[in-house]
Design a protein around this ligand. Structure first.
Ligand code: ADP
Ligand code: MG
Length: 293
């Protein structure tokens, strides 16, 4: 049965906006030595905006922007929503675009057929790195070093446009990471984004380490590897993709604004998506453990 000290700690945490789904998770949280954090929606606000657009010479920019919007409007990915908004706000023509066979390629991008041509929208590796490099001549690297996600648009064998999107690090992130470090907890960012963008965001957030180009299914492997190394670890995430990784951690923590699947899978929910609540909860659980023992 649950001890009065545990019950009181859980109720205190709840008052501070942290929902523990059981006393054991509070006990486990006080033992963690490392914490893995998803990037988009966890460390960042998860609401990217298009900041730059480049087009191949002599293409119909309006048409291409319309097609990108039409394809991405069928995806719920945060980048897709930003590209759809951009398309709506930056096109004059109302030409109806018919999209066929749209596919989400998890961790990579999307593909679809429009006007009998195959379109691919996504990361450089996904559209083919050789195309990606030749198109922008170093500009893509510069955009990524500013922490922007660079999305390539390929029609058949041609890169016809490149968009850069910038997400912002949450106001509460930096201080929270600092506090975790002060508690001696190793911090690692997991992201599907590329190496250069990941590095820039990790530096901005003050994270110890990062793993880039991480496919959703690979997040679980990285969490398991961290568990082998640090014994007890927490994972924080918000997306459907994060659920398996949350389940594999000693303590799975979900951001309150996250998807239902993440909220259901997690052991702990941060009701206000504020990472500094984690350190508050660790202090609470340490105090509880002293009373229980
Ligand atoms: P994260 O782990 O940062 O949330 P994802 O694993 O969801 O990222 O996606 C990894 C990368 O795949 C993105 O940075 C982007 O380059 C590309 N990508 C994914 N979905 C889309 C999409 N709908 N449109 C364009 N690019 C996408
Ligand atoms: Mg996320």
């Amino acid at each position: 049965s649950i001890s009065p000290a545990t019950l009181s700690a859980i109720s205190n945490a709840a008052k501070k906006g942290v929902l523990f789904k059981g006393g054991i998770h509070m006990e486990n949280l006080s033992n963690i030595k490392a914490i893995a954090l998803d990037k988009t929606g966890t460390l960042t606000n998860g609401k990217p905006k298009v900041t730059d657009a480049y087009f191949k010479k002599d293409v119909d920019r309006d048409y291409i922007t319309c097609v990108v919007g039409a394809i991405e409007s069928e995806s719920t990915h945060p980048l897709a929503q930003a590209l759809t908004t951009y398309s709506n706000e930056n096109t004059d023509t109302n030409q109806p675009i018919e999209v066929f066979g749209m596919k989400n390629i998890s961790g990579n991008g999307v593909t679809a057929f429009v006007d009998q041509k195959k379109w691919e929208i996504g990361k450089p590796d996904f559209v083919g790195m050789e195309h990606a490099n030749s198109f922008l001549d170093g500009v893509a690297g510069k955009l990524a070093s500013e922490g922007k996600t660079v999305v390539f648009v390929k029609r058949q064998d041609d890169i016809v446009a490149v968009f850069a999107l910038k997400d912002t690090v949450r106001d509460t992130t930096k201080a929270a990471i600092m506090k975790l470090k002060n508690l001696g907890i190793h911090t690692v960012m997991l992201t599907g984004d590329n190496e250069i963008t990941a590095k820039a965001v990790a530096e901005e957030a003050g994270i110890d380490d990062y793993i880039a180009d991480c496919l959703p299914q690979e997040k679980v492997e990285h969490v398991k590897a961290l568990r082998n190394k640090y014994d007890s670890i927490a994972m924080v995430g918000d997306g459907i993709n994060d659920a398996p990784a949350l389940a594999s951690a000693s303590v799975g923590i979900a951001m309150g604004e996250g998807t239902d699947v993440a909220l259901e899978t997690a052991d702990v929910v941060l009701m206000k998506s504020d990472l500094s609540k984690i350190t508050n909860s660790i202090s609470l659980s340490n105090r509880m453990n002293r009373i229980v023992k």
